[in-house]
Write a protein that binds this ligand. Structure first.
Ligand code: SF4
Ligand code: SF4
Length: 229
Protein backbone atom coordinates (compact mmCIF):
# COMPACT_ATOMS: atom_id res chain seq x y z
CA UNK A 1 0.00 0.00 0.00
CA UNK A 2 1.29 3.42 -0.91
CA UNK A 3 2.05 5.60 2.13
CA UNK A 4 0.20 8.92 2.50
CA UNK A 5 2.66 11.79 2.56
CA UNK A 6 2.37 14.23 5.45
CA UNK A 7 2.87 17.79 4.41
CA UNK A 8 2.00 19.97 7.39
CA UNK A 9 2.66 23.24 5.63
CA UNK A 10 0.00 22.56 3.00
CA UNK A 11 -2.84 21.76 5.35
CA UNK A 12 -5.56 24.43 5.27
CA UNK A 13 -6.89 23.10 8.55
CA UNK A 14 -3.81 23.47 10.70
CA UNK A 15 -4.42 26.50 12.83
CA UNK A 16 -1.18 25.84 14.73
CA UNK A 17 1.38 23.80 12.79
CA UNK A 18 2.67 21.79 15.71
CA UNK A 19 -0.53 20.30 17.14
CA UNK A 20 -0.96 17.20 15.03
CA UNK A 21 2.54 16.02 15.76
CA UNK A 22 1.91 15.99 19.49
CA UNK A 23 -1.39 14.07 19.49
CA UNK A 24 -0.70 10.70 21.05
CA UNK A 25 -4.20 9.32 20.42
CA UNK A 26 -4.96 9.05 24.13
CA UNK A 27 -8.70 9.32 23.48
CA UNK A 28 -9.45 11.96 26.13
CA UNK A 29 -11.12 14.08 23.46
CA UNK A 30 -13.28 11.24 22.18
CA UNK A 31 -14.37 10.05 25.61
CA UNK A 32 -15.62 13.51 26.61
CA UNK A 33 -17.26 14.35 23.28
CA UNK A 34 -21.07 14.30 23.53
CA UNK A 35 -21.46 13.11 19.94
CA UNK A 36 -18.67 10.56 19.59
CA UNK A 37 -19.98 7.76 17.40
CA UNK A 38 -22.69 9.81 15.69
CA UNK A 39 -22.19 9.32 11.95
CA UNK A 40 -18.82 7.79 12.83
CA UNK A 41 -17.43 10.95 14.43
CA UNK A 42 -14.35 10.50 16.57
CA UNK A 43 -12.31 13.67 17.22
CA UNK A 44 -9.12 11.60 16.94
CA UNK A 45 -10.07 10.60 13.41
CA UNK A 46 -10.66 14.23 12.47
CA UNK A 47 -7.23 15.18 13.77
CA UNK A 48 -5.57 12.27 11.98
CA UNK A 49 -7.25 13.26 8.72
CA UNK A 50 -5.95 16.81 9.01
CA UNK A 51 -2.51 15.56 10.05
CA UNK A 52 -2.35 13.33 7.01
CA UNK A 53 -3.31 16.12 4.67
CA UNK A 54 -6.79 14.74 4.02
CA UNK A 55 -8.20 18.24 4.30
CA UNK A 56 -10.77 17.98 1.58
CA UNK A 57 -12.01 14.63 2.86
CA UNK A 58 -12.55 16.16 6.28
CA UNK A 59 -14.19 19.27 4.81
CA UNK A 60 -16.55 17.10 2.75
CA UNK A 61 -17.34 14.75 5.66
CA UNK A 62 -20.17 14.97 8.15
CA UNK A 63 -17.74 15.35 11.09
CA UNK A 64 -17.60 19.17 11.26
CA UNK A 65 -21.40 19.35 11.15
CA UNK A 66 -22.11 16.57 13.64
CA UNK A 67 -19.74 18.33 16.06
CA UNK A 68 -21.67 20.74 18.27
CA UNK A 69 -18.66 23.10 18.60
CA UNK A 70 -18.92 22.71 22.38
CA UNK A 71 -15.13 22.74 22.79
CA UNK A 72 -14.88 20.01 25.45
CA UNK A 73 -12.33 18.05 23.44
CA UNK A 74 -10.00 21.00 23.04
CA UNK A 75 -10.38 21.97 26.69
CA UNK A 76 -9.57 18.43 27.88
CA UNK A 77 -6.74 17.60 25.49
CA UNK A 78 -3.52 17.18 27.51
CA UNK A 79 -1.47 18.13 24.46
CA UNK A 80 -3.23 21.37 23.56
CA UNK A 81 -4.43 20.13 20.18
CA UNK A 82 -6.83 22.72 18.76
CA UNK A 83 -9.63 20.36 17.81
CA UNK A 84 -12.43 22.89 18.02
CA UNK A 85 -10.63 25.36 15.78
CA UNK A 86 -9.91 22.66 13.20
CA UNK A 87 -13.52 21.48 13.09
CA UNK A 88 -14.89 25.00 12.81
CA UNK A 89 -12.31 25.84 10.16
CA UNK A 90 -13.54 22.82 8.19
CA UNK A 91 -17.02 24.36 8.25
CA UNK A 92 -15.60 27.63 6.94
CA UNK A 93 -13.92 25.82 4.06
CA UNK A 94 -17.12 24.03 2.94
CA UNK A 95 -18.63 25.57 -0.20
CA UNK A 96 -21.55 27.73 0.89
CA UNK A 97 -24.13 25.96 -1.24
CA UNK A 98 -23.10 22.67 0.37
CA UNK A 99 -23.58 23.84 3.96
CA UNK A 100 -26.13 21.41 5.42
CA UNK A 101 -29.56 22.49 6.67
CA UNK A 102 -31.00 26.00 6.66
CA UNK A 103 -28.17 27.88 8.40
CA UNK A 104 -26.52 29.36 5.32
CA UNK A 105 -29.91 30.47 3.96
CA UNK A 106 -30.55 32.08 7.35
CA UNK A 107 -27.26 33.99 7.15
CA UNK A 108 -28.14 35.30 3.69
CA UNK A 109 -31.62 36.24 4.90
CA UNK A 110 -30.19 38.01 7.94
CA UNK A 111 -27.86 40.06 5.75
CA UNK A 112 -30.76 40.98 3.44
CA UNK A 113 -33.55 41.55 5.92
CA UNK A 114 -32.00 41.87 9.36
CA UNK A 115 -33.18 38.56 10.79
CA UNK A 116 -32.68 34.87 10.01
CA UNK A 117 -36.30 34.17 9.12
CA UNK A 118 -36.92 37.26 6.99
CA UNK A 119 -39.71 38.71 9.15
CA UNK A 120 -40.72 42.06 7.61
CA UNK A 121 -40.22 45.10 9.82
CA UNK A 122 -43.92 46.11 9.80
CA UNK A 123 -45.01 42.63 10.92
CA UNK A 124 -42.39 42.63 13.66
CA UNK A 125 -43.42 46.02 15.02
CA UNK A 126 -47.11 45.09 14.84
CA UNK A 127 -46.40 41.89 16.77
CA UNK A 128 -44.41 43.69 19.49
CA UNK A 129 -47.29 46.13 20.02
CA UNK A 130 -49.89 43.35 19.98
CA UNK A 131 -48.11 40.96 22.35
CA UNK A 132 -47.15 43.90 24.56
CA UNK A 133 -50.84 44.84 24.85
CA UNK A 134 -51.64 41.26 25.78
CA UNK A 135 -49.12 41.40 28.60
CA UNK A 136 -50.57 44.66 29.85
CA UNK A 137 -54.00 43.01 29.96
CA UNK A 138 -52.52 40.08 31.90
CA UNK A 139 -51.82 42.24 34.94
CA UNK A 140 -48.93 44.53 33.97
CA UNK A 141 -50.58 47.95 33.78
CA UNK A 142 -48.87 50.46 31.54
CA UNK A 143 -46.63 47.86 29.88
CA UNK A 144 -45.55 48.44 26.31
CA UNK A 145 -42.50 47.42 24.25
CA UNK A 146 -40.15 50.39 23.88
CA UNK A 147 -38.80 50.39 20.32
CA UNK A 148 -35.74 52.44 19.36
CA UNK A 149 -35.70 54.24 22.70
CA UNK A 150 -32.67 56.48 22.69
CA UNK A 151 -30.51 56.36 25.80
CA UNK A 152 -32.10 53.17 27.20
CA UNK A 153 -29.89 51.22 29.57
CA UNK A 154 -30.36 47.80 27.96
CA UNK A 155 -30.67 46.97 24.27
CA UNK A 156 -32.11 43.50 23.71
CA UNK A 157 -31.82 41.26 20.71
CA UNK A 158 -34.38 38.57 19.91
CA UNK A 159 -34.18 35.05 18.51
CA UNK A 160 -36.33 35.31 15.36
CA UNK A 161 -37.98 31.98 16.09
CA UNK A 162 -39.86 33.71 18.90
CA UNK A 163 -41.71 36.36 16.89
CA UNK A 164 -42.04 33.78 14.08
CA UNK A 165 -43.53 30.89 16.02
CA UNK A 166 -43.41 31.36 19.80
CA UNK A 167 -44.28 35.02 20.47
CA UNK A 168 -45.40 34.36 24.04
CA UNK A 169 -41.80 33.42 24.93
CA UNK A 170 -40.83 37.07 24.54
CA UNK A 171 -42.97 37.82 27.57
CA UNK A 172 -40.58 36.01 29.94
CA UNK A 173 -37.97 38.73 29.60
CA UNK A 174 -40.55 41.48 29.41
CA UNK A 175 -42.07 40.48 32.77
CA UNK A 176 -38.63 40.64 34.37
CA UNK A 177 -37.95 44.08 32.88
CA UNK A 178 -41.32 45.34 34.09
CA UNK A 179 -40.86 44.06 37.65
CA UNK A 180 -37.24 45.30 37.79
CA UNK A 181 -38.30 48.70 36.40
CA UNK A 182 -35.53 48.27 33.81
CA UNK A 183 -34.94 50.89 31.15
CA UNK A 184 -34.75 48.80 27.97
CA UNK A 185 -35.41 48.88 24.27
CA UNK A 186 -35.72 46.74 21.14
CA UNK A 187 -34.16 47.98 17.89
CA UNK A 188 -36.62 48.26 15.02
CA UNK A 189 -34.12 46.75 12.57
CA UNK A 190 -31.23 44.27 12.73
CA UNK A 191 -32.56 42.88 16.00
CA UNK A 192 -31.63 39.22 15.36
CA UNK A 193 -30.03 37.67 18.43
CA UNK A 194 -28.73 34.43 16.88
CA UNK A 195 -25.73 34.77 14.61
CA UNK A 196 -25.85 31.74 12.34
CA UNK A 197 -22.56 32.81 10.74
CA UNK A 198 -20.93 31.34 13.85
CA UNK A 199 -22.42 27.94 13.11
CA UNK A 200 -22.04 27.97 9.34
CA UNK A 201 -18.39 28.99 9.62
CA UNK A 202 -18.99 32.25 7.76
CA UNK A 203 -16.71 34.70 9.55
CA UNK A 204 -17.29 37.63 7.21
CA UNK A 205 -21.07 37.51 7.55
CA UNK A 206 -20.73 36.94 11.28
CA UNK A 207 -18.73 40.14 11.57
CA UNK A 208 -21.26 42.11 9.50
CA UNK A 209 -24.19 40.89 11.57
CA UNK A 210 -22.33 41.62 14.82
CA UNK A 211 -21.37 45.05 13.47
CA UNK A 212 -25.02 45.91 12.94
CA UNK A 213 -25.76 45.21 16.59
CA UNK A 214 -22.89 47.49 17.53
CA UNK A 215 -24.38 50.16 15.23
CA UNK A 216 -27.72 49.78 17.03
CA UNK A 217 -25.96 50.23 20.37
CA UNK A 218 -24.27 53.39 19.13
CA UNK A 219 -27.31 54.77 17.31
CA UNK A 220 -29.49 54.38 20.38
CA UNK A 221 -26.74 55.22 22.85
CA UNK A 222 -27.42 52.13 24.98
CA UNK A 223 -25.05 51.03 27.73
CA UNK A 224 -25.73 47.31 28.00
CA UNK A 225 -26.33 44.63 25.39
CA UNK A 226 -28.47 41.62 26.17
CA UNK A 227 -28.06 38.56 23.97
CA UNK A 228 -30.66 36.18 25.42
CA UNK A 229 -29.35 33.33 23.25
S1 SF4 B 1 -7.07 14.38 23.66
FE1 SF4 B 1 -5.51 15.43 22.41
S2 SF4 B 1 -3.73 14.09 22.49
FE2 SF4 B 1 -5.47 12.87 23.17
S3 SF4 B 1 -6.25 11.88 21.28
FE3 SF4 B 1 -7.37 13.77 21.52
S4 SF4 B 1 -6.25 15.26 20.30
FE4 SF4 B 1 -4.87 13.54 20.66
S1 SF4 C 1 -16.19 20.41 19.99
FE1 SF4 C 1 -17.12 18.85 18.67
S2 SF4 C 1 -15.65 17.18 18.62
FE2 SF4 C 1 -15.11 18.49 20.37
S3 SF4 C 1 -16.17 17.57 22.14
FE3 SF4 C 1 -17.52 19.15 21.30
S4 SF4 C 1 -18.84 18.04 19.86
FE4 SF4 C 1 -17.09 16.71 20.27
Amino acid sequence: MEAIAINPKESKLRVAPEWADVCFTCGTCASGCPVTGVDGLDPRKAIRMAALGLDQELIDSRFPWVCTLCGRCEYACPQGVELLKVLRRARTLREREKVPGPIHKGVVMCLERGNNLGIPQDDFLFLLADVGKELEDEGFPGFYVPVDKKGANVLITINSKEPFGEPDDMKFWWRIFYCAKEDWTVPSQNWEGVNWGLFSGDDESMKKITGRIVENMERLDCKTLLLPE
